[in-house]
Ligand binder design. Structure first.
Ligand SMILES: Cc1cc2nc3c(=O)[nH]c(=O)nc-3n(C[C@H](O)[C@H](O)[C@H](O)COP(=O)(O)OP(=O)(O)OC[C@H]3O[C@@H](n4cnc5c(N)ncnc54)[C@H](O)[C@@H]3O)c2cc1C
Length: 170
């Protein structure tokens, strides 16, 4: 089966974006570089992410993860024809441990949403890039993002205890 057909079977048409207008939007982040996107996929579970990686690998196509696309360095932009794995729909705050001051979250959770969620507990997620109303925790990890709070508390790397990773073999 062709690459796009396989992805459509896995995710459905609505979550495999290949319209020229979609590709125009997804071929850039907030930086200047424009890339070459074959299609943008919108998984909703870790299992779907792994399945996308396996399909891309079988077809010899590279993949690039993408959060909110606020990056300024072109990290979410494929430099050769590639498949985007957009993680914004994995946006669940799974668990908060108030005593341990930890949260287990999906990579698509918007940075500021986590702090808003924790407000009633008098806690916040310290890394506060100026893009925090839009950028995702996954993107923050990918770029080791920082902001004013990080001068005292350290950048994102100082606030990550564990990550669940989909490897290159899916
Ligand atoms: C107005 C503005 C202000 C900004 N201010 C700051 C600032 O103060 N401090 C700062 O550090 N940055 C800042 N940035 C840059 C940017 O917002 C950060 O780098 C942010 O962390 C990117 O998050 P994102 O969700 O948009 O990631 P994206 O831009 O989508 O991706 C960034 C990188 O992370 C990778 N990635 C994303 N999600 C995942 C995932 N789930 N798994 C693996 N890799 C992943 C991508 O492949 C890419 O390499 C700013 C940007 C803008 C536009």
């Amino acid at each position: 089966m062709a690459l796009i057909d396989e992805l459509n079977t896995l995710l459905g048409f609505e979550r495999v974006r290949g319209h020229p207008l979609d590709l125009e939007v997804f071929s850039k982040d907030a930086g200047m570089t424009r890339g070459d996107v074959i299609a943008a996929t919108l998984p909703e579970t870790v299992q779907e992410v792994a399945a996308i990686v396996r399909i891309a690998r079988r077809h010899g196509v590279s993949i690039v993860p993408r959060g909110a696309g606020t990056g300024l360095a072109g990290g979410a932009v494929p430099v050769e024809p590639g498949l985007l794995v957009v993680l914004t729909r994995l946006n669940e705050i799974h668990a908060v441990d108030e005593i341990g001051r930890t949260a287990w979250v999906g990579p698509g959770v918007i940075n500021l949403d986590l702090s808003k969620h924790l407000e009633s507990l008098d806690l916040h997620f310290a890394p506060d890039p100026s893009s925090q109303q839009a950028c995702t925790i996954g993107g923050n990890v990918g770029t080791n993002a920082g902001g004013p709070h990080c001068l005292a508390d350290g950048t994102t790397v100082a606030h990550v205890l564990a990550v669940e990773v989909v490897t290159a073999v899916g």
